[in-house]
Design a protein around this ligand. Structure first.
Ligand code: CA
Length: 300
């Protein structure tokens, strides 16, 4: 009996010891552990490790200002290391086409985490492509989804969006609000009568951000979307840090606040579109938006 108990204790100690050697997963910022589920919503989250598009979660993007490619030439999978893969959304300059995928499920409050990089994006010349990871009330997909149009106030959340017209080429994080499908200016008014369609928007991380111009490095971003605010995070060397400005849901639209009427569920789009605005010279070098994972931890 004593031997059995001792063996059991030794076994437990060994098991504990073995576990302690494993790196502690830092999937969520530690200080947010009580706020969000420790498990992802598997209906929209994807590690992109299965070698092909999971059509129970994603559809190919359909509508776009520029051309959209199809098939594995444009949406393919490649290995990072071991069994970890990423989805690669190609932009092929000679064909003037980009690519994109859209979620089939819409979600709102929770913590979003995504690891991504681009290839082929040069900082010193305007690119013809437009990589972005963003939420919208419609998915613009081949399997088309959208939330009820009865909600006249809507919100777009650009977790990461490249500007492809200025140089240096850069990305930013913001959240333009819409009324009846048109963008609202940041007048500071709760009254929707003073709408200007060339308006401003709430900005979490402005652009250009000179410290973030090495676009071929993997970048891990997190974003809190709660009924009260939007907050961007970045994970560096396993540690999460808040970055940028908090945008609060209030009763008006400004650069730092969004009228809470606009809070809506979003479909999530991962896209690398071909878009050329104006007459500026463009670099049509092939590009890609590579995404290691997209995770959504619902709010508790
Ligand atoms: Ca992956």
């Amino acid at each position: 009996m004593f031997i059995k108990q001792s063996l059991a204790i030794v076994t437990i100690l060994l098991a504990t010891s073995a576990c302690s050697l494993l790196p502690t997963p830092s999937y969520l910022p530690a200080e947010l552990a009580n706020q969000y589920s420790s498990s992802v919503d598997d209906e929209i989250s994807d590690e992109f490790n299965s070698g092909k598009l999971d059509t129970s979660k994603w559809t190919y993007r359909k509508r776009a200002a520029g051309g959209l490619g199809r098939g594995t030439e444009f949406v393919n999978f490649a290995a990072i290391d071991g069994t970890n893969e990423y989805v690669s959304l190609k932009g092929i300059g000679a064909q003037q086409k980009g690519s994109g995928i859209s979620s089939l499920k819409a979600v709102d409050y929770g913590f979003y985490a995504t690891r991504w990089r681009t290839t082929g994006i040069k900082t010193d010349v305007a690119t013809s492509f437009h990589p972005a990871i963003w939420g919208f009330w419609g998915n613009a997909g081949e399997v088309n989804k959208g939330i009820s149009p009865k909600n006249r106030h809507t919100l777009e959340i650009d977790l990461m969006e490249f500007g492809n017209w200025p140089t240096p080429t850069h990305w930013s994080t913001d959240a333009p609000a819409f009324f009846d499908g048109k963008r609202i200016v940041a007048t500071g008014s709760a009254n929707e009568s003073d709408i200007d369609f060339d308006g401003d928007k709430a900005v979490m991380l402005g652009a250009p951000n000179e410290t973030r111009i090495n676009h071929s490095d993997w970048t891990t971003l997190g974003m809190e979307y709660t009924p009260e605010y939007l907050q961007l995070w970045e994970q560096v060397n396993g540690q999460w840090y808040k970055i940028g400005d908090t945008v609060f849901f209030t009763d008006k639209n400004t650069q730092t606040s969004i009228n809470k009427l606009h809070r809506n569920k979003c479909y999530w789009l991962l896209s690398n579109l071909f878009i050329e605005f104006g007459n500026k010279p463009r670099d049509r070098s092939d590009t890609s938006l590579d995404v290691d994972y997209f995770r959504f931890y619902p709010i508790k």
